[in-house]
Write a protein that binds this ligand. Structure first.
Ligand code: NDP
Ligand code: MG
Length: 384
């Protein structure tokens, strides 16, 4: 079997750890020439050792010496975004698994698409902020492929396999509801960091865990779905489903719903994106619906979770507004984690930035960089 040469970006994070487990349990299928991250140099060197990576890259140039000192002879240390782009577009790489948090993943993802690579995409911010540019790059480079890793989008992708586009009427993402699913609006407004980090079903990085509590994760995912599944022209919807067993459903013209179910473990969607259209045996627990007993579903409460209004605005406007929503949310979450603002103020900051936004169609990366910086500046200045 020819091995798939995978570049793992964001190797030191929560998705990076799950990806390392998948890649190291299927060494006959995968070669990992490159692992990359930014600041966690010890972890990065450890991950490189586990995966026998020949190249190890930090995007922070000031960390290159520290990284070099930790690598064995023969393993190359690299640094900087330009080196990252050069490596992921080289003929040493077939597939780029992007799990860099935030918008730093946009450049390597676009470059990989332009070089005709397969991109397995966990970084939802890439599609949220730059979905129009990514789709234009995919159309211009038909050899390239983009496969979602985000669990709900992987669920949709799996349910859509082999389906005619005009048969699909709705795409439904599920949401666990997070730790505040049953809380009142007043309780949510004053929730603490510890309470927001107490996710009932998924174990994830800090930022996305806070986003799950505010439901901004689902707002981002609706926009992500709009761009990932643009060609289906399907209505997008969300169902709150506290058991996190069903990750997504598609609704067909005859009224059938096709659901994708599995345990809540990111190793599954990561492996599927890397082996698509094949599947591999994974060292994960199997979902037992009998043991779970009951599955519950309800419509999200839009009054307690204004994130859905932001999603509606971003979905109908497109352009640079989703980028502004994402940037404002990132700053608001940083301010909340720093103890500067209350949980409820996250919504106020996003609302202020989005309602005053001068929207434009997406035309270039430079324009998106400016929009991103402007939205961040405004989000930092919002007085509460
Ligand atoms: P983490 O915070 O756990 O990890 C983030 C990773 O990104 C780290 O490896 C970090 O490196 C790296 N990174 C950050 N900035 C840069 C940069 N400028 N250049 C290179 N690497 C960088 O995040 P998660 O793993 O939770 O999430 C990663 C992405 O996957 C996010 O976009 C998230 O929305 C998405 N996702 C995550 C899920 C989950 O279960 N965790 C589920 C679905 C989607 P370092 O630490 O070394 O600085
Ligand atoms: Mg998700």
């Amino acid at each position: 079997m020819t091995r798939n040469n995978v570049a793992l970006l964001g190797a030191t994070g929560s998705i990076g750890r799950s990806a390392t487990a998948v890649l190291s349990c299927c060494k006959e299928r995968f070669n990992v020439p490159l692992v990359a991250a930014r600041s966690s140099i010890d972890k990065l060197a450890g991950c490189a050792g586990q995966l026998d990576a020949q190249m190890v890259l930090t995007t922070d140039d000031t960390k290159l010496d520290e990284l070099s000192s930790l690598l064995p002879p023969g393993v190359q240390a690299l640094s900087g975004m330009d080196a990252l782009i050069e490596t992921v577009t080289s003929d040493k790489i077939d597939t780029v698994l992007c799990a860099i948090i935030g918008t730093a993943g946009i450049r390597p993802v676009l470059a990989a698409i332009e070089a005709g690579k397969t991109v397995a995409l966990a970084s939802k911010e890439v599609m949220v902020s730059a979905g129009e540019l990514v789709n234009a790059a995919l159309k211009a480079n038909p050899r390239a492929r983009l496969i979602p890793v985000d669990s709900e989008h992987s669920g949709v992708f799996q349910a859509l396999a082999g389906r005619r586009k005009d048969e699909v009427e709705t795409i439904i993402l599920t949401a666990s509801g997070g730790p505040f699913r049953t809380w009142s609006a007043e309780q949510i407004a004053t929730a603490t960091l510890e309470e927001a980090l107490d996710h009932p079903t998924w174990s994830m990085g800090q930022k996305i865990t806070i986003d799950s509590a505010s439901m901004m994760n689902k707002a981002l995912e609706l926009v992500e779905a709009r761009y990932l599944f643009e060609d289906y022209h399907a209505k997008l919807d969300v169902l709150v489903h506290p058991q996190s067993a069903v990750h997504a459903l598609i609704g067909l013209t005859d009224g059938s719903l096709i659901a994708q179910c599995a345990i809540a473990d990111m190793k599954l969607p990561i492996a599927y994106a890397l082996t698509y259209p094949e599947r591999v045996a994974l060292p994960v627990e199997k979902l037992s619906l009998a043991a779970m007993g009951k599955l519950e579903f309800s419509a999200p409460d839009r009054k307690r979770f204004p994130a859905f209004d932001f999603a509606d605005a971003a979905l109908s406007a497109g352009g640079t507004l989703p980028c502004a929503m994402n940037a404002a949310n990132e700053v608001a979450v940083e301010r909340f984690c720093a103890g500067e603002i209350t949980f409820g103020s996250i919504y106020r900051i996003i609302e202020k930035v989005m309602s005053a936004w001068h929207n434009e169609p997406q035309i270039s990366l430079e324009q998106l960089d400016e929009a991103d910086a402007e939205a961040r500046r405004r989000a930092r200045e919002v007085k509460l």
